[in-house]
Unconditional design. Structure first.
Length: 138
């Protein structure tokens, strides 16, 4: 049996998106500007992201000031950054769901609830990591 071609699978990169044609440094530059625009939008439009940025601004310097091993410090900082990553993804999911429709729908609610649950799990991870590392130095 012969494998299907990329065109048969709908995987034609040339026709996928007008934004996909950039390569090299131009693509990297565009990706950077899109990423910075995303961070700005999240900070300006999402209360939860702003709160978590404040949390990160407090916890990351604290991790450097505490007398913990470098591995523990790295885990502490990574767990805080993970909260920001998950919140960005959650905010993106919410924006797409709202773009599709503002009416109440069980699937829209499920998508938003699952995104919110992911943020909660990442916050629990911060507490667990920080608790474990701090218990080691106590």
């Amino acid at each position: 049996m012969q494998e299907p071609s990329s065109n048969e699978l709908g995987l034609d990169p040339a026709n996928e998106s007008p934004f996909k044609g950039k390569t090299g440094l131009r693509r990297v530059w565009n990706a950077l500007t899109y990423s910075l625009a995303g961070l700005k939008a999240a900070y300006l439009c999402e209360d939860a992201f702003r709160q978590e940025v404040i949390l990160a601004a407090l916890l990351i310097p604290a991790a450097f000031l505490l007398p913990v091993p470098w591995l523990g410090r790295g885990l502490m900082i990574a767990s805080v950054l993970l909260v920001l990553i998950v919140e960005l993804l959650n905010s993106a999911i919410e924006a797409v769901v709202d773009r599709v429709s503002l009416e109440n729908h069980r699937l829209a609610k499920r998508a938003k609830d699952i995104g919110s649950a992911a943020v909660l799990v990442s916050l629990i991870l911060v507490m667990a990591v920080w608790g474990c590392v701090l218990m080691e130095i106590a």
